[in-house]
Design a binder for this molecule. Structure first.
Ligand SMILES: NC(=O)c1ccc[n+]([C@@H]2O[C@H](COP(=O)([O-])OP(=O)(O)OC[C@H]3O[C@@H](n4cnc5c(N)ncnc54)[C@H](OP(=O)(O)O)[C@@H]3O)[C@@H](O)[C@H]2O)c1
Length: 293
């Protein structure tokens, strides 16, 4: 950071989430002060060294105290949605925060294609708001998260089975700790190297869903079957608070298109930014073995 302060204060939105939790730990280890935002501090289970603050970002509460005195903000759309993220960004500008690091998606290309599907549209809109905010900015465009595999945990635990419409769908799954490490470097950097950059951040290797299941089997020492289901069944299983049926269908179709499509690019951004290679999915499965047993 350009801050003259020895110990920059970083506000982390979505601090109990996949990336947020990892990021809080990383920032503290790097010597930063952390203000971690969560709707429920009592249940957050974050390190005592972080200042854990109650914040429902979709509520009507005053956002100013959340940003007061901060040097930088890690902004995650998952913490309340896009309108909430824009409100937090505006509050950061008003509070005199100097830098924002945005958690975005590899779906964003910065071309008109971004208007053609909902994930890209959503994240591209927030990227524009960040670029227009006048703050120093870095965007972390994550590829498919390894944590998506956590959706298999209930059926693996209950029946040793994973049900997917496209077991041959390919991606380059990225460990949340790598996304967090890249974000931490961008938040704390004092050289300016990462300003105005949008990094596509993936894992180190392309894998099918079936290969991911096999890696979880090896990490947990259990036999896991893969059962193919229809696209409609898969979409039904994905519908949730933030995902409509239509959006879920679109996602399932997108996964299907990766079975035969040219493979996703493998990015070296983790190594470029952090100086060490991205963690493998096998490593992720070992780190999360307890989630599947
Ligand atoms: N999955 C992928 O493959 C992928 C790929 C690229 C980009 N992305 C993007 O990455 C983001 C997900 O990141 P993640 O996995 O780290 O998120 P996550 O694990 O879902 O965490 C989100 C956190 O936001 C907090 N939150 C939810 N509603 C809130 C509200 N109303 N006010 C304040 N906080 C709220 C929750 O914390 P509390 O319960 O403690 O409040 C939660 O822990 C999404 O925007 C997604 O589009 C995902």
């Amino acid at each position: 950071m350009t801050s003259p302060q020895d110990r920059p204060l970083i506000v982390v939105s979505g601090a109990t989430g996949n990336i947020g939790r990892s990021l809080v730990g990383r920032l503290l280890a790097d010597g930063a002060a952390v203000r971690a935002l969560t709707r429920d501090p009592a249940r957050a289970g974050l390190p005592a060294a972080a200042e854990t603050v109650r914040a429902d970002l979709t509520g009507t509460g005053d956002l100013a105290p959340l940003l007061a005195g901060a040097d930088a903000l890690f902004l995650n759309l998952a913490a309340g949605g896009d309108a909430a993220a824009v409100a937090v960004l505006d509050a950061a500008v008003r509070a005199g925060v100097r830098r924002v690091v945005l958690n975005s998606s590899m779906a964003v290309t910065g071309t008109p294609a971004d208007d053609t599907h909902f994930i890209a549209r959503l994240h591209a809109g927030l990227e524009r708001a960040v670029r227009d905010s006048g703050l120093e900015w870095t965007v972390v465009r994550g590829g498919n998260y390894a944590t998506n595999a956590l959706a298999w945990a209930p059926s693996i635990r209950a029946a040793g089975v994973v049900r997917e419409a496209h077991p041959g769908a390919q991606s380059v799954p990225v460990h949340e700790a790598d996304l967090a490490d890249v974000a931490a470097v961008a938040l704390l950097d004092r050289t300016g190297t990462h300003l105005g950059r949008a990094y596509v951040v993936t894992g180190p290797e392309r894998m099918t869903l079936a290969q991911q299941v096999a890696a979880i089997g090896r990490a947990t020492g259990r036999e896991i079957r893969v059962e193919q289901i229809s696209e409609e069944e898969a979409a039904e299983a994905m519908v949730g608070r933030y995902l409509t049926k239509e959006a879920a269908r679109e996602l399932v179709r997108m996964f299907g298109a990766t079975v035969d499509a040219p493979p996703f690019p493998v990015s070296d951004a983790v190594e470029q930014v952090t100086g060490r290679p991205a963690r493998t999915f096998a490593r992720w499965a070992e780190d999360h073995a307890a989630d599947f047993t």
